[in-house]
Design a protein. Structure first.
Length: 266
């Protein structure tokens, strides 16, 4: 990890996560500030769900396209944890990414607080459970929403695949939008990114918006790496990435045209 710590590319990636997270939170939470207010005389706030979900999804897609080649554009501690458990990044990189994401979320929240200080009943879209939803239901929603997101990230960034087409950032952005369309039934939109990115907008149920996404990320890795698309390389070799931080190589290990490309650490 010491070698990775000294590389300029590593610190550029950390800065990219900070800047992208700041922009992401500013745009997405800014769109959610009117969530509890009617948008017209014959409309209700429920119709804002789609607007807010699309704001989250499209902002992720845009930022992933912008900084994905620099840091991977995790923009979510749960995604970072998932890639760590999948043995694709080092422990040092995961820690620094999560730290950068949290600081970025706090900075964005502070900026929003300053420019919306005159907005009546402004809570910056504080996380809470919807009326009638208990903690178990809220936790389940967070787990499922994060599970599908991390599964999408693992699948669309799997370099063993040769069938990928289209835009991976757009696919991940749509996954985020779908997750928020689900999550709004258990609380205000954006709970995972805001709570995971600093926990500064949470209420008494803060632990749901941390524990749920982390459980969902772990389940996604278990399902994808060990059931749906198991890797031939030994697990002991793979976990060396946690300390070495080396980029894994992919070698063809079969004779026929339908062979898989498997991952082996350097």
């Amino acid at each position: 990890m010491a070698g990775e710590f000294k590389k300029k590319l590593f610190w550029r990636a950390v800065v990219a996560e900070f800047l992208a997270m700041t922009l992401f939170i500013f745009i997405s939470i800014g769109s959610a500030l009117g969530f509890n207010y009617p948008v017209g005389s014959n409309q209700t706030a429920v119709q804002d769900n789609v607007k807010v979900s699309l704001a989250f999804g499209l902002s992720i897609a845009t930022l992933a396209q912008s900084v994905g080649h620099i840091s991977g554009a995790h923009l979510n501690p749960a995604v970072t944890l998932g890639l760590l458990l999948s043995c694709q990044i080092s422990i040092l990189r995961a820690f620094m990414y999560i730290l950068a994401q949290c600081v970025g979320a706090i900075v964005a929240t502070a900026i929003l607080s300053g420019i919306t200080s005159s907005l009546p009943m402004n809570s910056l879209g504080r996380n809470d459970l919807a009326e009638g939803v208990n903690s178990g239901q809220g936790l389940g929603i967070e787990i499922i929403a994060t599970l599908q997101l991390v599964l999408c990230v693992l699948a669309t960034t799997d370099r063993r695949r040769r069938d990928l087409g289209g835009s991976a950032p757009l696919a991940i952005g749509l996954s985020v939008a779908l997750g928020h369309l689900l999550a709004v039934s258990g609380g205000p939109p954006g709970c995972r990114e805001r709570a995971g990115g600093g926990g500064v907008s949470c209420h008494g149920w803060w632990w749901i918006f941390w524990v749920g996404p982390f459980i969902g990320a772990a389940l996604a890795v278990l399902i994808y790496d060990f059931i749906l698309a198991p890797r031939s390389s030994d697990l002991v070799d793979r976990v060396k990435v946690w300390t070495s931080g080396q980029v894994e190589e992919y070698d063809l290990e079969a004779d026929d045209m339908n062979s898989r490309v498997e991952m082996k650490p350097k």
